[in-house]
Design a protein. Structure first.
Length: 231
């Protein structure tokens, strides 16, 4: 049987991933926040795909830390206000072509509230139901096999050191489990913002596995970490 599919060449392959608001610290100690969606998790690690010209990766490399704040559909307006803003001044040429403008007060523009973290200096975002403090573990070059774009994109592996969630999304009767029916992440799909439909599409066989089996050593490692104010 011949498949009905057609071969295409889309410029981007954002078929749908959660939006992340990454908060970092600038050189002068002020906070920067930037929306992105090229992120995925494995255990208590996350890989972030970022362009080198952006302020966020520069801050992550310099400070070795960040906070990954996950907005729900309720924060879509705030995320949209941050779109096409950059903390880099002057604005890089590539971002000028994309219509970006410089903004030093992005928290204020988006109506977001910075709150102290426990293990890193970068602030969390009060309005986001999920906040994950993280430290940089490794940087991986991407597209390094193409001289025309080598050095432009990198993957940043970060290790989570604290996870904060709003009690309203916890699974009843469990202190460490998120209720997937209550958590409504904001999704980016081909540059558009979406929410999840209510209820499961189908009862998942994977969901029958006890989640504690996936627990990695990073969880226990993070428990003993505290913010060293003198560093």
């Amino acid at each position: 049987m011949e498949a009905p599919h057609v071969t295409i060449e889309p410029s981007i392959l954002y078929f749908g991933t959660p939006v992340v608001l990454i908060s970092t610290l600038n050189e002068d100690g002020t906070a920067n926040v930037a929306p992105m969606s090229s992120a995925w998790w494995l255990g208590w690690r996350c890989l972030l795909g970022l362009a080198a010209v952006s302020k966020t990766p520069q801050n992550i490399i310099r400070t070795g830390e960040c906070v990954l704040n996950l907005p729900s559909i309720g924060e879509a307006t705030a995320v949209n206000k941050l779109a096409r803003l950059t903390g880099t001044n002057p604005v890089p040429e590539i971002k000028q072509k994309l219509g970006y403008t410089y903004a030093a007060n992005k928290f204020e523009i988006a109506g977001l509230t910075p709150v102290p973290s426990q293990t890193v200096r970068a602030p969390r975002i009060l309005e986001c139901p999920v906040q994950m403090e993280a430290v940089l573990s490794a940087r991986h070059d991407m597209m390094a096999d193409d001289p025309s774009v080598k050095g432009f994109f990198s993957g940043y592996e970060v290790r989570i050191t604290r996870v904060h969630v709003h009690p309203s999304i916890l699974l009843e009767g469990h202190a460490n489990r998120v209720d997937a029916d209550k958590w409504k992440p904001l999704i980016m799909s081909f540059q558009k913002l979406y929410g999840l439909a209510d209820g499961e599409a189908l009862a998942s066989r994977l969901a029958q596995i006890d989640g504690s089996i996936y627990r990695m050593p990073d969880v226990d490692r993070a428990r003993d970490e505290t913010l060293e104010l003198a560093r």
